[in-house]
Design a protein around this ligand. Structure first.
Ligand SMILES: [Zn+2]
Length: 404
């Protein structure tokens, strides 16, 4: 294949993917030599008239900002398997934005021709590839994703990394546009502690036992769930950034000492990380984490969001104190903890028009509610649903809370 450099940008030209489509009853669906008779023809200028009609031609536009160029021939090595670490869309997304590209992110630089030959999209669609980074490729379908009820994208193990490592396992997603939302479960926790036999029903609503919490975190890890931050959730819903397969947010409200003492050591023993919605004023109160403890949470990998300055419902906050609750709480958390905050969790789930209007201007991208659903809607990022886990939740119920 030919390459030429223009400044720091090397353009990879002359790579044409011929895509046979609509060949009678056995019409191949997708992109890929195995699935659809597609051919990679490096070092040639393909002409539609040179092949049997009907043929759709995909002319990938490949741009990257650094070398090396992908190799055209695999050289099996002892390199570790290639892993797909993120995608847009994720499996089951029913609210894909029609004009956004398919984006695939891998754990390291990949060989693009091998990816193009292994990628199957159904129904067949033509489009344009863009190599965004050595480990990340985007595909822009001509005309967007509209016009079909459901799309399927799969990737065979034939794809391999620039260092020769093959894709660890076949991967596939199905998705659609205009549906009920994106399946992104956000679990909601408060206290992690043992309760006595006389505990009130109200207390049971906001508590899980250490043993149950340990089982729940072990289940998430063993079932392949990946904990995500509010920045990752916002990036996916609002920007079309790729997200880990099987994403889940583990949100913990209020910064209770019981979580710090009982839940935090459990979650730290896993590969999972929580999003802690902290209340700025609570750092001075007993029963809640201090600033030093909050800094220890951050150092241990916890993500932080604001849960207001005083934990009042937005319905109780006078307009003149709105900036204090929304903006000052964020500023205090950011300066005390040295983190960037982009998420607001509504105390008691109380949302008002005034708070919803003000949140974006204060730097927030998402808002977390008590709406009990895992379907999140890109057009309503300040009404993220959350699933409460409580003292009565069995492991069977916990597993059923999550998307399939
Ligand atoms: Zn709270």
């Amino acid at each position: 294949m030919r390459t030429r450099s223009a400044g720091r940008v090397a353009l990879l030209a002359g790579l044409f993917l011929l895509l046979a489509s609509g060949c009678g009853g056995s019409a191949p669906e997708g992109l890929g030599a195995d699935a659809g008779g597609a051919q990679l023809m490096p070092d040639s200028v393909a002409s539609p008239s040179a092949t049997a009609a009907p043929v759709a031609i995909v002319v990938p536009t490949l741009e990257r900002t650094n070398t090396p160029q992908p190799t055209a021939s695999p050289s099996p090595t002892a390199a570790p398997p290639l892993s797909l670490v993120g995608s847009y869309p994720i499996d089951g997304d029913g609210a894909v934005q029609p004009q956004r590209p398919l984006v695939l992110a891998f754990d390291r630089a990949l060989d693009l021709p091998s990816l193009q030959a292994s990628l199957v999209i159904s129904p067949t669609v033509t489009g344009r590839f863009e190599w965004q980074e050595p480990h990340r490729v985007a595909f822009y379908p001509d005309g967007g994703w509209d016009g079909h009820e459901a799309w399927q994208v799969s990737l065979d193990p034939g794809a391999y990394a620039a260092d020769g490592g093959s894709l660890a396992q076949a991967w596939s997603v199905s998705f659609s546009t205009g549906g009920r939302g994106t399946p992104l479960p956000v679990l909601m926790y408060h206290h992690v502690e043992e309760l006595g036999p006389d505990a009130t029903e109200g207390k049971k609503d906001w508590t899980v036992s250490p043993q149950a919490f340990q089982q729940q975190m072990a289940y998430l890890q063993e079932a392949g769930w990946h904990s995500i931050s509010s920045a990752a959730l916002a990036g996916y819903l609002l920007d079309g950034e790729p997200l880990s397969p099987r994403p889940v947010m583990i949100s913990v409200d209020d910064g209770n000492r019981s979580f710090y003492e009982n839940g935090w050591p459990i979650i730290q023993a896993t590969g999972l990380r929580p999003v802690m919605f902290l209340v700025a004023q609570f750092a001075d109160y007993s029963g809640y984490v201090s600033w030093d403890e909050a800094r220890a949470l951050v150092a241990g990998g916890a993500w932080i969001g604001s849960h207001g300055y005083s934990h009042r419902s937005m319905h109780e906050v006078p307009l003149e104190e709105l900036a204090w609750e929304l903006s000052d709480s964020r500023a205090v958390l950011e300066s005390e903890l040295g983190v960037a905050i982009d998420a607001f969790c509504f105390p008691y789930g109380g949302r008002t028009d005034a708070s919803l209007a003000a949140l974006p201007g204060y730097g927030y991208r998402t808002g977390y509610s008590l709406n009990p659903t895992y379907w999140q809607r890109p057009e309503d990022p300040f009404f993220i649903g959350r699933l409460r886990v409580d003292y009565r939740t069995t492991m069977e119920e916990f597993a059923e809370m999550l998307p399939d």
